[in-house]
Design a protein around this ligand. Structure first.
Ligand code: SF4
Length: 324
């Protein structure tokens, strides 16, 4: 999809034309200009040449058919991965990428291992959702999470533009969108002032800086004290709950002592813990003592939820996005 020339094509057209076009692409989810019969044949032919709307992607569907992963080819030939999770309650969540690769090199994450290529434009972020809207043929994408390839707050402006566009044009509720950060403090500060009802999630994964900086190198720049101060200020400004994600990795962060340290950090108003079972990426192994860890948290009266595992067999689960 490449709409860079749209303004040029519509230069001599009446103002309402852009509304009609947005309606066709982002509400009716046409996949060919031929379907936009509200436009003249001549305009459709020009748009075909100047503004292609086809999306090139390889699709993989999980055994359970509850996750669909798409590898989308961008206009410069680079590729990104995006996944849609189909929940039993009818929600369809698309997990979008915000960068091609990622510069943060978190140890447990396949994307981190592939290095950083470039930021995505806001159109390229939106395109991932449009792809699945077309795929669903009538059913709708209900939720969007910025948890795919890349650190969203390192591509802040394009992520915010995409969020506002998805909300306004595709009607996806702000409260149904979430941005997950490895802990970029400047991003959290700015996000607090956006006046958006979008959810914030923090990739925590360790309850102390010694371990966290080994797993998430950016912790050296933004240690827990700094990070949690930014989170507290965010909560003060927005009064919104913040989700802390914690991957359970075998013999790394899953002991009772880790649970105790975690409880000390997390037992605060509007802090909420989300446990994620680690998905193998070739470096670590999934924890074998998740039950004991959860029991310990329960004893310590920590509120937490556990994320349902999607798409492990098609490498579409958390931390598994990778392009060779
Ligand atoms: S976990 Fe997120 S921030 Fe860390 S390397 Fe992977 S994509 Fe980047």
């Amino acid at each position: 999809m490449n709409l860079t020339n749209l303004e040029k094509v519509l230069k001599n057209e009446p103002k309402y034309r852009i509304k009609q076009i947005n309606e066709a692409i982002y509400r009716k989810f046409i996949s060919s200009w031929d379907e936009a019969t509200i436009l003249s044949k001549e305009l459709r032919e020009t748009l075909k040449k100047e503004c292609p709307i086809d999306i090139t992607a390889d699709v993989l569907v999980s055994k359970e058919k509850d996750s669909i992963k798409a590898k989308i080819k961008l206009k410069d030939g680079l590729e990104i991965e995006t996944v849609m999770m189909r929940h039993i309650d009818g929600r369809n969540t698309v997990c979008v990428s915000s960068q091609v690769g990622c510069p943060l090199k978190c140890k447990f994450c396949a994307t981190g291992m592939m290095g950083f290529k470039r930021d995505l434009t806001h159109e390229e972020i939106i395109e991932q959702v449009v792809f699945f809207e077309r795929y669903l043929k009538g059913e709708r994408v209900t939720n969007v999470t910025f948890m795919g390839m890349g650190e969203p707050f390192l591509n802040y402006d394009n992520v915010m533009k995409a969020i506002r566009f998805l909300n306004k044009e595709l009607n996806i509720g702000a409260r149904s969108m979430s941005v997950s950060t490895a802990g970029i403090v400047e991003g959290i500060n700015k996000f607090a002032d956006e006046g958006l009802q979008v959810n914030l999630a923090i990739s925590l994964h360790a309850p102390n800086d010694k371990l966290r900086s080994e797993l998430i190198p950016i912790d050296k720049k933004y240690p827990l004290k700094k990070l949690l101060k930014a989170v507290d200020e965010y909560i003060l400004k927005t009064n919104r709950q913040v989700m802390f994600e914690y991957l359970l990795i075998k013999d790394i962060n899953d002991s009772d002592k880790h649970a105790e340290e975690l409880a000390k950090l997390i037992k605060k108003p509007l802090y909420f813990l989300n446990l994620i079972m680690y998905n193998p990426t070739g470096v670590f192994e999934p924890s074998k003592r998740s039950r004991e860890f959860k029991d310990k948290l329960n004893k310590l009266k920590v509120n937490f939820s556990e994320r349902h595992r999607f798409g492990e067999d098609i490498k579409a689960a958390c931390g598994q996005f990778y392009i060779k």
